[in-house]
Design a protein around this ligand. Structure first.
Ligand code: HEC
Ligand code: HEC
Length: 209
């Protein structure tokens, strides 16, 4: 009995199906890569005139600034922030974007735009509260009364815990730091395990050890 050979199956129909599948895969992959490589975040944020016209010169950011501040050469906004780097309007671009979480007294996420559109930079003399949004009262700075806490964008906005799913899409991407993030996921710091028992950051037994 003859063992089937591939050539028996090749006819015009299978060739058409194969070619169609090939281009379909190429289109899907190509679309994702095209979308990921968009440069609209940078185009808008590094245009000081445009940012001033939109009312937010404080969020002027350039490629040089992010490379220098993060020590990541050639990094793009979306690699850390996600969002839609092909969208030309702020609201569309910011959809699904990760950014700082301002937490209210009752544990809800506050809208940055409504509560504190100013730049978030260390201010005031109180070391512990320097990174909290500040308001001025009689010439002195005080923590913003509506903001209980500031969390960075690696958190789940519901539980406020570190969210490994976010890291998988950002720092832990396959061409960035997958091994480091995988290792981090089992640490005391990532799991919030027994941190109450710690009295130092490093030694003899702290979360950064
Ligand atoms: C057409 C201009 C424009 C584009 C495109 C744009 N932004 Fe913005 N961005 C703004 C403006 C204006 C603000 C301040 C108002 C606001 O929050 O919407 C802002 C605010 C921000 C903030 C701080 C606000 C917050 O919620 O903490 C971050 C972070 C940010 N943008 C990142 C990005 C990233 C990443 C992209 C691309 C995926 C992007 N932006 C695309 C104009 C733009
Ligand atoms: C290496 C990672 C990384 C890259 C790349 C990056 N950012 Fe950020 N960015 C952060 C982090 C972390 C913060 C702190 C707030 C938070 O948790 O999102 C931040 C904060 C910001 C803020 C808010 C500043 C404030 O005063 O609160 C803006 C606006 C912003 N980024 C825009 C951009 C734009 C535009 C780009 C691209 C040109 C970019 N970022 C690239 C990580 C990054």
């Amino acid at each position: 009995m003859k063992i089937g050979t591939i050539s028996d199956y090749i006819n015009i129909k299978t060739i058409i199906i194969f070619t169609f599948q090939f281009f379909l895969i190429l289109t899907v992959l190509g679309y994702h890569s095209w979308k990921d490589r968009g440069g609209e975040c940078l185009k808008c944020h590094s245009d000081i005139e445009k940012m001033t016209k939109l009312g937010y010169p404080q969020f002027y950011v350039t490629q040089e600034m992010i490379e220098k501040e993060s020590k990541h050469p050639n990094v793009r906004c979306q690699e850390c922030h996600l969002g839609n780097p092909r969208a030309k309007e702020p609201d569309k671009a910011h959809k699904g974007m990760l950014s700082v979480l301002l937490v209210s007294e009752d544990g809800n996420i506050l809208k940055r735009k409504d509560i504190y559109p100013k730049p978030l930079i260390p201010s005031g003399d109180d070391m512990i509260r320097k990174m909290l949004p500040q308001v001025e009262y009689e010439g002195k700075l005080y923590p913003h009364p509506d903001v209980r806490n500031v969390l960075w964008h690696d958190r789940d906005p519901i539980t406020f815990n570190y969210d490994p799913a976010i890291t998988k899409k950002t720092c832990g991407k396959s061409n960035c730091h997958p091994a480091e993030t995988e290792q981090f996921h089992t640490t005391i710091m990532a799991t919030n395990f027994r941190q109450r028992t710690m009295t130092t950051w490093l030694n003899p037994y702290g979360p950064q050890n």
